[in-house]
Design a protein around this ligand. Structure first.
Ligand code: ADP
Ligand code: 5GP
Length: 202
């Protein structure tokens, strides 16, 4: 049985990383696709866990070698999803979380139409700005740029399968868990079991 790719997109600062960390603590058989990026690491980020932090030259060589399932330029840096990593997890029957922007989500949905797309929205623009400022990982100029991009990103939320508003964190996490658990009950994931049951009837 193949695993399912779950694509999560959200405007920067919405709380996507916070939600996904909690989801991963609760569910088994759920892998996180570690992206490659040319963005410099933030203070507590770890190479190989949060991202593979690579140079622009290395990134572009990977693009040329067709190693990415998708890639995009987001907020002035390159980001990409390693094809092999995702394929290996899916083949092993593991579900995979892809934390990627709207451009990447479109590319993955084309390559893997079974992918489930989930968009996380902030309760309001004011709250989004507050969260970005509170996180304090970017300069005021970069925060302004990310808020400007947020408008374009939210206007793409229409075509996602699901939308979750991250107002109360606990509810948002519960909603993500519900979506993943529901997909794990999909009929196509149980075809083998159904066939076995039917074939083993005495
Ligand atoms: P993203 O990954 O979407 O850029 P983060 O997960 O880094 O966002 O969250 C941005 C900031 O907002 C963090 O400081 C985080 O603690 C805070 N945050 C996340 N979810 C909520 C929430 N539901 N209510 C209030 N603050 C939140
Ligand atoms: P951040 O720099 O805040 O970690 O991420 C900025 C944006 O880049 C987020 O919207 C995040 O989802 C997106 N992103 C992270 N990894 C990838 C990736 O591999 N591909 C694409 N297209 N976007 C990514």
């Amino acid at each position: 049985m193949m695993g399912t790719p779950f694509i999560f997109s959200a405007p920067s600062g919405c709380g996507k990383t916070t939600i996904l960390l909690q989801v991963q603590r609760v569910l088994d058989n759920l892998k996180f696709s570690v992206s490659s990026t040319t963005r410099p690491p933030r203070p507590r980020e770890i190479h190989g866990k949060d991202y593979f932090f690579i140079s622009e030259g290395e990134f572009l060589r990977k693009v040329q070698r067709n190693e990415f399932l998708e890639w995009a330029r987001v907020h002035d840096h390159y980001y990409g999803t390693e094809k092999k990593q995702v394929e290996n997890y899916l083949k092993a029957g593991q579900d995979v979380i892809l934390d990627i922007d709207v451009q990447g989500a479109r590319q993955v949905k084309c390559a893997l139409p079974r992918a489930v797309t989930i968009f996380i929205l902030p309760p309001s623009w004011e709250e989004l700005e507050k969260r970005l400022k509170l996180r304090a990982t970017e300069s005021p100029e970069i925060i302004r740029k990310r808020l400007k991009n947020a408008l374009m990103e939210v206007s793409e939320s229409y075509w996602y399968d699901f939308v979750i508003i991250n107002d109360d964190l606990k509810s948002a996490v519960e909603n993500v868990l519900s979506i993943i658990k529901a997909f794990r009950c999909s009929t196509y994931r149980h075809l083998y079991h159904i066939r076995n049951l039917l074939n083993s009837i005495k």
